[in-house]
Design a protein around this ligand. Structure first.
Ligand SMILES: [Zn+2]
Length: 239
C-alpha cells in the first residue's frame, strides 16, 4: 500500500511539473540549438556558415589585432538578400570593454549598435526609418566566434534576429579559464518564449578556428592565434 501511495504521489508530482512547464511555455516553444555543423539550415550550407564565422574572427584583425585579450568578434549578415548567394555583410563588432571602460560593450552589443547606425544612416545604403530598422532584424543572422553571455543572448532575442550562430561554447570558455556567467544562450532563448519571435541557433561552428582565440590567455602551452606570438610577458602579441 505504501509503495502504491508513493507511486501515486510520484505520478501526481510529475504531472504537476509537466503542467507547470506548459504554463511557462517552455514545452510549447522549445528552442534547441542545432549543433551539427554539417547540416544545411534555412537553405544555407555549412560552407557559408564557415565563411561568416571567419568574418567574425577577421573583425578582430580589422580592429587592430588578431590576438586581443578579449577576442570576441561578431558579424551580422543578411542571408535573405538575393544579390549574393553568400549573403550580405551588414556590420561587424568586437569587444570594446577595455577600449572604452564600458562593461556592456561585448562584440554582439557593439555589432548591434553598429548595424543600427548603418541601417538608419540617412546618407547610407539602407536609409531605414527606426521602425523599419526594428523590423529588419528578423531577416538577419548574427555570427559570433564565442557563445553569447546572457546579456548578449537577451539582446539577440530582443532584436528578434532570424538566426544566431556561434563558435566556441560558454562551457569551453569556462573550462579554459574564462570568467563567464554559466547560463547557456539556449536557456535564455528558451525563457524568451513570450517575445513573439523566434531565433534559430546553430552551435559550435568552426570551433577548430574559433577556439585558438580563447585558449592562449590562461594556458601557457597554447599557441597564439593569427599572426601573433608570445611576447616577453607571455602575452600573445602581433609579430
Ligand atoms: Zn555578452
Amino acid at each position: 500500500m505504501a509503495v502504491l501511495r508513493t507511486l501515486l504521489c510520484l505520478l501526481l508530482t510529475s504531472n504537476s511539473l509537466a503542467t507547470a512547464h506548459r504554463l511557462d511555455g517552455s514545452l510549447a516553444t522549445p528552442q534547441h540549438p542545432i549543433s551539427n555543423p554539417e547540416l544545411t539550415v534555412h537553405g544555407i550550407p555549412p560552407s557559408t556558415r564557415t565563411h561568416w564565422m571567419r568574418a567574425a574572427n577577421a573583425a578582430l584583425t580589422a580592429s587592430g589585432s588578431s590576438c586581443p585579450f578579449a577576442a570576441f568578434g561578431t558579424a551580422i549578415v543578411n542571408h535573405t538578400s538575393s544579390d549574393n548567394s553568400l549573403g550580405e555583410l551588414i556590420c561587424t563588432g568586437v569587444n570594446q570593454n577595455s577600449l572604452t571602460g564600458n562593461p556592456t560593450l561585448h562584440g554582439e552589443m557593439v555589432a548591434t549598435s553598429n548595424c543600427t547606425a548603418i541601417l538608419t544612416d540617412p546618407a547610407g545604403s539602407f536609409k531605414l526609418s527606426t521602425s523599419e530598422a526594428s523590423a529588419a532584424w528578423k531577416d538577419l543572422t548574427l555570427y559570433t566566434n564565442a557563445e553569447s553571455c546572457p546579456m548578449c543572448a537577451s539582446a539577440i532575442r530582443w532584436a528578434g534576429l532570424k538566426e544566431y550562430v556561434y563558435g566556441t561554447s560558454i562551457g569551453r570558455l569556462i573550462e579554459t579559464g574564462w570568467g563567464q556567467i554559466d547560463i547557456a544562450s539556449e536557456e535564455v532563448f528558451r525563457q524568451s518564449w513570450n517575445l513573439g519571435t523566434s531565433t534559430k541557433s546553430v552551435a559550435e561552428v568552426l570551433t577548430n578556428e574559433t577556439d585558438p582565440y580563447f585558449l592562449w590567455q590562461f594556458q601557457e602551452g597554447e599557441p597564439c592565434p593569427g599572426d601573433c606570438v608570445r611576447g616577453e610577458k607571455g602575452r600573445c602579441e602581433e609579430r
